[in-house]
Write a protein that binds this ligand. Structure first.
Ligand SMILES: Cc1ncc(COP(=O)(O)O)c(C=O)c1O
Length: 403
């Protein structure tokens, strides 16, 4: 967090992100407060219906975080002890953690340098090698901690920063090998790929609603799927394993309390009525950044690549040229009231991943390069053009001083 105490004189303070709330949200939450129904009520159902409608899903299942939603997908897909699941190390850590919760082995595949999403060619090669039953599988397995002869069950692909992965290239391989496709769209509500909504590319998708997301419920998430069997199982698992017909104290399955509360759902329902407005405001902020940063030689701005038909801007992440001292830049921007975040620290280099699987620096070069050079600038739908202007002027000034 920025410490305003360290601010240089005459500098403004820009927040890293901010929820976009109106009196409508405040009234909706207040109205729930007037009722005795704070959980398992009509707001959750209404919120589920609004997300289902927005993405064209048969089922939407509200949960209390994106991580909880991804965990339920993994469990409902029957992924268990030792199973291999392909995913990427350039993501928020939760997308791989949910595999560890079920003692499945994440098989990391490196990403496309442009988008940060899974590289489809590497994915196809990994699947072929892992399914070959020969020594070729070994190059994809971690140094330790994986069963040598396990079943490859799924692809958990991440729509990084609000841009869908390249599903036209991924899906034929997924289908040929009968893998489950779990789409981590926690950063991508509102995006589309060849006009198909993010979240709906595979068997099941998940959105997340932390306050920096496109819409917020404070904490929360939503699973979407067209699969009736998966949906029924996930509804049971989020509610302490109660199957349809179970009473309050009957639990057919080992489940969890992953329920979203009514206050959060009421907030989410109003936010969903504003989704298009919020997406457009985010697009505008991204455009203001793009216009101002295009000319700075040391900065690469984020690119939206075909066949993404709509990017849903979650964060605005620039890439610095290799010679820039990112830590010095971060520190000096902070002193000028501009917080930033290095995005992402590669998952395979987190201490417990290194320890459990023996990963080392150099294992996923594209991810590591992006991890070293990426920097998220402050970003929110509430920003004015002056806010963006201020951030860009400070960035420019600090880069000139560091040159
Ligand atoms: C790619 C990705 N996956 C999963 C999550 C987890 O969502 P939550 O923080 O709601 O648990 C996030 C959240 O930021 C995310 O960005």
């Amino acid at each position: 967090m920025t410490n305003p105490g360290k601010l240089q004189q005459g500098m403004r303070h820009i927040p890293m992100s901010a929820p976009d709330l109106t009196d409508k949200e405040r009234e909706a939450v207040g109205a729930v407060m007037q009722t005795p129904r704070l959980s398992m009520g009509p707001e959750v159902e209404g919120f589920e219906q609004s997300v289902a409608r927005a993405v064209g899903a048969r089922h939407a299942i509200a949960v209390n975080s994106g991580s909880a939603g991804l965990h339920l997908c993994v469990r409902a897909a029957g992924i268990r002890d030792g199973d291999w699941v392909i995913t990427t190390p350039f993501s928020f850590v939760a997308s791989a953690n949910v595999l560890l919760y079920e003692r499945a082995t994440p098989i990391f595949v490196d990403v496309d340098p442009q988008t940060g999403n899974i590289d489809p060619e590497l994915f196809a090669t990994a699947v072929r090698d892992l399914e070959s039953g020969s020594g070729r599988a070994e190059r994809w397995l971690p140094r330790r901690g994986a069963q040598e002869q396990a079943a490859l069950k799924a692809l958990l692909s991440v729509d990084v920063f609000g841009q869908p992965a390249d599903y036209d290239a991924l899906i034929p391989v997924v289908e040929d090998h009968r893998l489950t496709l779990i789409e981590d769209s926690c950063e991508a509500l509102g995006a589309s790929y060849r006009s198909r909504p993010a979240g709906m590319q595979g068997d099941v998708g998940v959105f997340a609603f932390y306050p920096n997301k496109q819409i917020t419920t404070a904490e929360g998430g939503m699973i979407v799927t067209d699969d009736d069997t998966l949906a029924e199982m996930m509804r049971a698992l989020r509610n302490q394993g109660r199957a349809p017909g179970d009473t309050w104290l009957e639990h057919t399955y080992l489940g969890y309390n992953y329920r979203l509360n009514e206050l959060s759902a009421a907030l989410g329902r109003v936010q969903m009525t504003r989704l298009e407005e919020l997406l457009q405001k985010r697009e505008r902020v991204a455009r203001w950044y793009g216009e101002r940063l295009a000319e700075i030689a040391q900065v690469e701005v984020p690119q939206v690549v075909a066949p993404t038909t709509r990017m849903s801007w979650f964060v605005y992440v620039i890439r610095l040229s290799g010679e820039i001292d990112r830590s010095a830049l971060v520190e000096q921007l902070e002193a000028r009231g501009v917080p930033t975040r290095p995005y992402f620290t590669p998952i395979h280099l987190q201490p417990y991943f290194r320890e459990q699987y023996g990963y080392e620096q150099g294992d996923f070069p594209v991810t590591e390069d992006l991890g070293r050079r990426s920097l998220a600038l402050p970003f929110a739908s509430t920003f004015s053009e002056e806010d963006v202007d201020y951030v860009c002027r400070q960035l420019h000034a600090v880069l000139r001083a560091l040159d």
